[in-house]
Write a new protein. Sequence first.
Length: 385
Amino acid sequence: MEKLKSAQPWWKSAVIYQIYPRSFGDSNGDGVGDLEGVRRRLDHLAWLGVDAIWLSPFYRSPMKDFGYDVSDYCDVDPLFGDLSDFDRLLADAQTRGLRVLVDWVPNHTSDQHPWFVEARSSSASPWRGWYHWRDASPERPPNNWRAAFGDAPAWTWDTSTAQSYLHLFLPGQPDLNWGNPEVVAAMHATLRFWLERGVDGFRVDVVHCLGKDPAFPDLPAERARIPACALIDEPRTHELIRGIRRVIEEYPGERVMVGEVAIPWTDRVATYYGQGDELHLAFNFPPLYAPWDAAAWRERVADAAAQHDPRGAWPTWVLSNHDNRRHRTRYGSEARARAAALMLLTLRGTPFLYAGEELGLEDAVIPDARRVDPGGRDGCRAPIP
């Protein structure tokens, strides 16, 4: 049945379904999900009634962080297929009325990306300024920031050039310097590559981290053990997001930008909508961490309304994703999981489903010795039946 057209943007009435390609559908029996495996399940998604799919990273990558360490933004990793597989998936999805969003990882690249390989080759390299390098010593990093994984410094000493480089995540994920206009232009070009292929939008990874204070001050002692990526909230980031938004709006068809703003303050997250000129949508994470408690949920729903409504910002709702335990596991019963799913789909805002939630999937139980993800997130990324 043809969907009714609305005067409001499509994403305000949409249900968006997240797919982690590595474990969603394996078309060739090699034990790894792929884009063709996703394509073969499009009829299920259309039957389910979702309006759009969001594909977690499928770009070329050494897979130190399972695709969030990108070595080529404009190609598909052979694990998942190739560009022709992507084009078929995109065309077949859109034929079924499903829009397609792709993950975009602008804060950092892989250390195997040609940009970083060149930057690391010499302190005089013209690519050096594409990343954040600072004088330091092997024993004393430039500041007290902590990386997201491993309770380690967010700086790694490079012996060949005798400087440290910044990585808010793994050492294999050096942060790009978005204060460099060449970086901005190059990353905008990667957006255009996918927009010209016809994607309907982007989920932007840790978008709040793009702007950095060039002085790199120490964090206060009481926050020094918190990963720096959870605390960065620089005013300069907003102009960078407006620039990204302008690129997206060069293209027709109501393309959408959904931002991961993983900071703990809802009032600050709401600022990333700007004056209607930054993110179209920002993930609303407090409900993701809410216990099964009416008062806790009431507080989070009221807080979202209080922070979003005065700005004319449209909220989002999510119960599970590839970074956190599934809500069926967290809440401990099928009845609670069903009630939570009903609530997710009836709150004012855009709901995001994580693949398998429609089946009531729980996290897989994986012994610590067999976990391979640097953040221990293997259980929520297990294969879909």
